[in-house]
Structures are given as structure tokens and as C-alpha cells.
Design a protein around this ligand. Structure first.
Ligand code: GLN
Length: 489
């Protein structure tokens, strides 16, 4: 049962092969057994999950179910969920119980899905390894001496270890795609504005976007159907006609399903920087795509190399502003001893935030300060535009862009923790996509020494349906996405 995809689970529920309560209990039991080793969840609340499962069973019995009704999903702890502790991986919110639902959570609730727990993450989503979480690092189920990637590492580890059928993640610079790559999952970061950010704790508001992390493109499409849509409570949410992301997946297209598709291969993704074992698997995946009828064309994204430096100005700038709300006054952590109001602010923030978050706040305040704004922040915004223009030019030559998701497979816990720049380089292939606001995916493309590698697919604006279809056609003829790590003892 636990290796079934979402539509098979929906069928099992509809056919009364299993109830939602039984299915939820199955996952809760696995979490109880395996989470102590993996640390994928920050909060599990069996009572709450089972209550939702009971409601789902009633809804199914009444014939009012929809595709996700009764299916458990793990929710990244960046989403406010009413009545649930919502920490964002930080001591600052360690005692915070959300009084309201994020739109993403409300949409899963409305679909009748079960929240199986809140997943561990890098503190305020800042990181690529999950080591910055106040609640301790997450272990990669493929090798527990290694990181699962970040910041959505808890979601990735939970799905890879079959502690949940699928999960939500958020991606500011790669946090859905990179952990998906390191844990053998399929993950999608939608076009900026497709999924509401309301109730999703803000890191860098102009880059943050939520999306699905699952075991196949088909599962991601089903989840995106539930997650996407205009939300008047998010001023950057886009009012567009709703799409059925599964529609294209259902069509039968013969043995050259991707005939006519042009895949752009940016020179900058295929030069130095990527380990040979990942590159070999990416090349093999591209060969598979050619067999499916696609054609590859060489392209260039000349400003790609500026994406990491531009991101590490813009993201901290926005974070320094967003995180100013955590002042110990209204909610969150407050230092126990202080002399006056200013002392209360500074002690609460000094004690409540971890080292990486403080580093970003300092950088952000610096680049926004008078005298440095023009030299750093404005310059970074100009680079951001150049990068977006590079993609506009590239999509005149091709339909999708492909390359590696992450330069290496999962690295050892602690390996990059002392060197922030090495850590920041984990996202060299993913960050430009966020700066441009484009949709991006990672799909499993093989194992190197037993560790998963990811192929990245980048689409033009609002081309999620095409990306999902292109991923799905590969998954119909390959089995990498069906591989699971060995069961933990
Ligand atoms: N690793 C990047 C960072 O640390 C991206 C994180 C993310 O996408 N949330 O900022």
C-alpha cells in the first residue's frame, strides 16, 4: 500500500480496500518507528490527523470525495496550519501555534486531504542541507550519514522513506528541486504567483513559491491541481484561468510522444562545476529524451554565473525586512530576562535566531543601508533583469531547458556546514530560475554509488503542464523514480 501512487491510493480508498483512518494509521506507525532516526518531522499530532481521516471517510462514504480525499500529506513547517505548532524550523517560533491556515493548507483541507505532520526544514528556509534547523538535522534515507538537501529536507526525507505519500515544499532558490534530487523525488517549483503565499512564512517574498514533492510527475500534477489558483489575500497571486495539470498526461501519444520538442542545453550547465557522476546520469537521461522524439539544441544563458551573487544580495535584503516582525512582542520567542524594551528586542532576537539567519539579516541590512544600496542592492536587481532576459531569449530557441539540478549527490552531514559559500554553491543550477520567476522541476535520473541524482527541467512562464508532461513521458519509459532506499532497520 505505502508504495502506491496518489491515484492508486485514491482508488483503494474509493473501492473501500482501505479506509483513510487505516491508511493514516499506517503512516503514523511508520513515522513513530522511523522518524527518530530521520528527524523528518518537527510536529506529529496523531489525534488531529486521525480526526481529519475520519471526516474524509465520511465524505468518501457520502460519495463526495475528490482526488485527494483521505490521502495523508506531509506539510512543510513553513505553512501556518490552524491549531498546529508552526515553527519554520526556528526557536523563534518554537512555541507558536497558528491561529489560521495558509491558503495551501486550506486547499488541502478543502480537498479532504489528511495532514500527517509538519516537516523539518532549514531555519526560515535558509539552507541547502537542513542543518540550520533549530530542531536538528534531517538524515537522508538513502544514507543516514548524509544530508537530504534543503530547505525542504524534512519533506523530501519523509516521502523518500515512505513516511508520507507526498509532501509540500517551498523553493526560494532551489529548496524543492535540490532536496528532490538528493532524495530521488519529483519536485516542482511553479511559476511565481501560481500558488498563493498567504500564510507561508516569508523568507524572500519576490522569490518564494510553494510546490509539490512526490514520487512522480503524475502525483505532482494531482497536487498542483489542488494547490494552484488565484488568492485575493496574496497581492502577488495571479488571476488566471484554472488549468487541469493532469489533462495532457492522460492522452495516449504513441512511441514518439515528444516528437517536435526542442530541449535547450545551456552551455553554462554543462561546463565545470558538476561532478562527473551526476553529469553522466544527466547525459543518459538526455539520450532517453532523444529516443522519445525530442531534439536537443545548444543554448547559452550568459549571465548565469551572476545568479548566486545576485541572489545572496536580494534574498538576504528581503529576509532582513521580513524577519523584522519577530521582535518578541506579539508572538514567538521572548527572552526571559531583559532590562528595557530595546534590550528585550535584542535579547529575544539574539536568542531566538540561529547563526545562518543572523548572517542573512546582517547581510540584508547592510546591502539595503544608505550608501550601499546603489552599489549592491540596485546592482543585484539589474543583474536579476539580465538573467530573466537570458531566459526570454533562450525560450525563443527551445521549449524546455534541461541540465543537472544539483552539482553533486547528497553530501555528508557536516561536510559544508562550516563554509557558507560552499553551501551556497549547492544551488548554482536552481537559483536563476527563481530570480526569473520561471517554473522548474527536478526528476530522478539515476543512482551514482547508490545515491540519487536529479535532472532539472525549466519551462517558460506558466508552462507547468508542459513540464509535467515532459517529465511524465520519461517516467513512463524509465524506472528511476520508482527506486526506494533500503528499508531502515
Ligand atoms: N539554499 C538557498 C538558500 O539558502 C535556497 C533556499 C530555499 O530555496 N528556501 O537561500
Amino acid at each position: 500500500m505505502i508504495t502506491r501512487n496518489l491515484s492508486a491510493l485514491a482508488q483503494a480508498l474509493a473501492g473501500k480496500e482501505i479506509s483513510s483512518v487505516e491508511l493514516t494509521q499506517l503512516y503514523l506507525d511508520r513515522i513513530a518507528r522511523l522518524n527518530p532516526q530521520l528527524n523528518a518531522f518537527i510536529t506529529v499530532d496523531a489525534e488531529k490527523s486521525l480526526a481529519q481521516a475520519r471526516a474524509a471517510d465520511q465524505r468518501l462514504a457520502a460519495g463526495k470525495g475528490c482526488p485527494l480525499t483521505g490521502i495523508p500529506f506531509a506539510q512543510k513547517d513553513i505553512f501556518c496550519a490552524k491549531g498546529w505548532r508552526t515553527t519554520c524550523g526556528s526557536k523563534m517560533l518554537g512555541n507558536f501555534t497558528s491561529p489560521y491556515d495558509a491558503t495551501v493548507i486550506a486547499k488541502f483541507d478543502a480537498a479532504g486531504a489528511v495532514n500527517i505532520g509538519k516537516t523539518n526544514m532549514d531555519e526560515f528556509a535558509m539552507g541547502s542541507s537542513n542543518e540550520s534547523s533549530f530542531f536538528g538535522p534531517v538524515k537522508n534515507p538513502w544514507d543516514i550519514s548524509r544530508v537530504p538537501g534543503g530547505s525542504s529536507g524534512g519533506s523530501a526525507a519523509a516521502v523518500a522513506a515512505l513516511l508520507a505519500p507526498a509532501a509540500t515544499g517551498t523553493d526560494t532558490g532551489g529548496s524543492i528541486r535540490q532536496p528532490a534530487a538528493l532524495c530521488n523525488l519529483t519536485g516542482l517549483k511553479p511559476t511565481y504567483g501560481v500558488v498563493s503565499r498567504y500564510g507561508m512564512i516569508a523568507f524572500a517574498s519576490s522569490l518564494d513559491q510553494a510546490g509539490p514533492m512526490a514520487r512522480s510527475a503524475e502525483d505532482c500534477a494531482l497536487m498542483l491541481n489542488a494547490m494552484a489558483g488565484f488568492d485575493e489575500r496574496d497581492s502577488t497571486s495571479l488571476d488566471r484561468p484554472t488549468e487541469d495539470y493532469c489533462a495532457e498526461l492522460r492522452t495516449d501519444v504513441g512511441n514518439k510522444p515528444l516528437a517536435g520538442l526542442k530541449i535547450g542545453l545551456p552551455r553554462e550547465f554543462f561546463g565545470e562545476g558538476c561532478t562527473p557522476e551526476v553529469m553522466q546520469l544527466v547525459e543518459a537521461a538526455l539520450a532517453e529524451y532523444r529516443k522519445l522524439g525530442a531534439e536537443t539544441v545548444d543554448i547559452s544563458l550568459p549571465n548565469m554565473k551572476l545568479s548566486v551573487p545576485a541572489y545572496y544580495v536580494i534574498a538576504p535584503a528581503e529576509a532582513s525586512s521580513n524577519l523584522s516582525r519577530f521582535d518578541g512582542v506579539r508572538y514567538g520567542y521572548r527572552a526571559p530576562n531583559y532590562s528595557d524594551l530595546n534590550d528585550m528586542y535584542s535579547k529575544s532576537r539574539a536568542q531566538g535566531f540561529g547563526a545562518e539567519v543572523k548572517r542573512r539579516i546582517l547581510i540584508g541590512a547592510y546591502v539595503l543601508s544608505h550608501g550601499y544600496y546603489d552599489a549592491y542592492y540596485l546592482q543585484a536587481q539589474r543583474i536579476r533583469r539580465l538573467i530573466a532576459n537570458d531566459f526570454v531569449a533562450a525560450f525563443k530557441q527551445c521549449d524546455v531547458i534541461m541540465g543537472p539540478t544539483s552539482p553533486s549527490t547528497a553530501f555528508k552531514l557536516g561536510e559544508k556546514a562550516a563554509d557558507p559559500v560552499q553551501m551556497y554553491l549547492s544551488d548554482i543550477y536552481t537559483i536563476a530560475v527563481n530570480l526569473a520567476g520561471l517554473p522548474g522541476m527536478s526528476i530522478p535520473c539515476g543512482l551514482a554509488q547508490g545515491l540519487p541524482a536529479g535532472l532539472q527541467l525549466i519551462g517558460d512562464y506558466f508552462d507547468e503542464a508542459r513540464l509535467l508532461n515532459v517529465a511524465h513521458r520519461y517516467q513512463q519509459v524509465t524506472g528511476w523514480h520508482l527506486q526506494h532506499p533500503a528499508e531502515l532497520a
